[in-house]
Design a protein around this ligand. Structure first.
Ligand code: B16
Ligand code: MG
Length: 212
């Protein structure tokens, strides 16, 4: 029986995945490195530095760690500039109504996101109070596809992985959920992942799954 839901953030609750794309695209264009939405899909759920390595590809060896740190910071500054324009109006009716219903159902909720900007995003969009716990890029040492971020989230809400469903838009996130022993619901790009237990088109489809 499902007693808890662990939500990925970027691409599941909010369209911040588009901001990640725009911020990486600006950096890649400046560096003269090819980058498109197909490459961007490989960055879903992956940490900032690992994302940079994917973008640099075999050009990675041309740069020092100091330069890479500066690139990652540059991207994050662009990303945070985009985040600073977010408001509660960026939360879709589907997401807000679903979170409201889940809140009333007594099911525990947590965020399981690789992003170090999670708390800022939740605060900008005023959805922090929908969650009992936040597990994010600041409390983990290994990012998805390692299950650490979801295992911590389950621990914070006092549930076993087998009692929780993870909602993810990233292939790396579905890998992480299954590696941790969770039920996995895929949305968006992750729907093509063969190991997803459920495939949903809208967040509200979750309500039927948890009622089962
Ligand atoms: P930051 P999620 C992930 O968030 C993003 O999907 C991924 O593209 C990003 O690189 C990662 O967070 C780190 O984000 O640079 O803000 O720390 O999908 O796990 O919510
Ligand atoms: Mg995501």
């Amino acid at each position: 029986m499902i007693k808890g839901i662990i939500f990925d953030l970027d691409g599941v609750l909010l369209s911040t995945d588009e901001f990640h794309y725009q911020a990486w695209k600006k950096l890649a264009d400046r560096l003269g490195i090819y980058f498109d939405k197909t490459i961007n899909n490989k960055l879903r759920g992956v940490s900032r530095m690992a994302s940079l390595e994917i973008i640099l590809g075999d050009k990675s060896k041309n740069f020092t760690q100091e330069q890479k740190d500066a690139f990652a910071e540059e991207k994050n500054n662009t990303y945070r500039e985009l985040l600073s324009q977010m408001t509660p109006a960026d939360v879709s009716d589907d997401v807000r109504a679903t979170l409201e219903k889940i809140r009333l159902s007594g099911i525990k909720t947590a965020i399981g996101s690789s992003s170090k900007n999670t708390k800022y995003i939740l605060s900008q969009t005023n959805i922090t109070d929908y969650f009992d716990a936040i597990s994010d890029g600041n409390n983990i040492t290994k990012s998805k596809p390692d299950p650490e971020v979801f295992l911590k989230a389950a621990e914070y809400i006092g549930l076993a992985p087998s009692e929780c469903i993870v909602v993810e838009d990233a292939h790396a996130g579905i890998d992480a959920a299954k590696a941790g022993g969770f039920t996995a619901a895929a949305i968006g790009d992750a729907k093509t992942h063969a190991q997803a237990d459920y495939k949903i088109n809208e967040l509200k489809d979750l309500l039927q799954i948890i009622e089962q």
